[in-house]
Design a protein around this ligand. Structure first.
Ligand code: MG
Length: 204
């Protein structure tokens, strides 16, 4: 099982970080040790003073494939969950300035809280209009809809499969909408797909 992630997939999030709009999806990966499941608390690491929440829809891949045509890509989605792509923004900023990889800023232990529940793809009336959101301490912080993605699910899957053979169980974090900000011990994060509560955990 691999964890792939897409950066810069929502225009207003690109703008809030003053990033360039990409011509192709920005791809990075996280190791499996990044996963944090079962609504376990996220322990704020000491190596960063600026860990940002990024709420994201997460695709679970159903079957093996490479060089997947865009027109067939949707059939590779088994189900959709919700995750947080925690990012050590201070470490990422240093890496970006030097043109260095993002691995420690994005892939550190428990940087990927993930819902236990995944909703079968067939249960969505449309994959191109899925609402999702994040509340911090009961306040709405991030709200997205898949219609706002620069690169939709089918394109992401097709593009990834040019370089990586996708396998059953692989996860794809599909990018975050605007509203990212730092978390601190004591914060309670609650994530929703539509009105369904998918994530509910605290920062310690
Ligand atoms: Mg992200």
């Amino acid at each position: 099982m691999r964890i792939f992630a897409i950066g810069r997939n929502y225009v207003e999030h690109i703008q809030e970080l003053n990033n360039e709009r990409p011509d192709e999806p920005v791809i990075f990966t996280k190791p499996d040790t990044a996963l944090l499941t079962g609504n376990a608390p996220f322990v704020h690491p000491s190596f960063s003073k600026d860990i940002h929440h990024e709420i994201e829809l997460v695709l679970k891949i159903s079957k093996q494939g490479s060089q997947i045509p865009e027109g067939e890509a949707i059939t590779f989605i088994e189900s959709i969950g919700l995750g947080v792509d925690f990012t050590a923004r201070d470490l990422q900023q240093k890496a970006k300035e030097k043109g260095l990889p993002w691995d420690i800023a994005k892939g550190f232990d428990h940087s990927a809280p993930l819902s236990s529940k995944f909703i079968p793809a067939g249960e969505f009336s449309s994959l191109s209009s899925i609402d999702f959101s994040l509340e911090v301490n009961g306040q709405l912080r991030q709200q997205g809809n898949t219609s706002l993605m620069l690169f939709p699910f089918a394109y992401i899957i097709s593009y990834l499969s040019r370089f990586f053979t996708l396998k059953p169980g692989d996860l794809i974090f599909t990018g975050t909408p605007k509203g990212v900000s730092a978390v601190k011990p004591g914060d309670k994060l609650t994530g929703y797909i539509g009105t369904e509560k998918m994530l509910d955990f605290e920062v310690r």
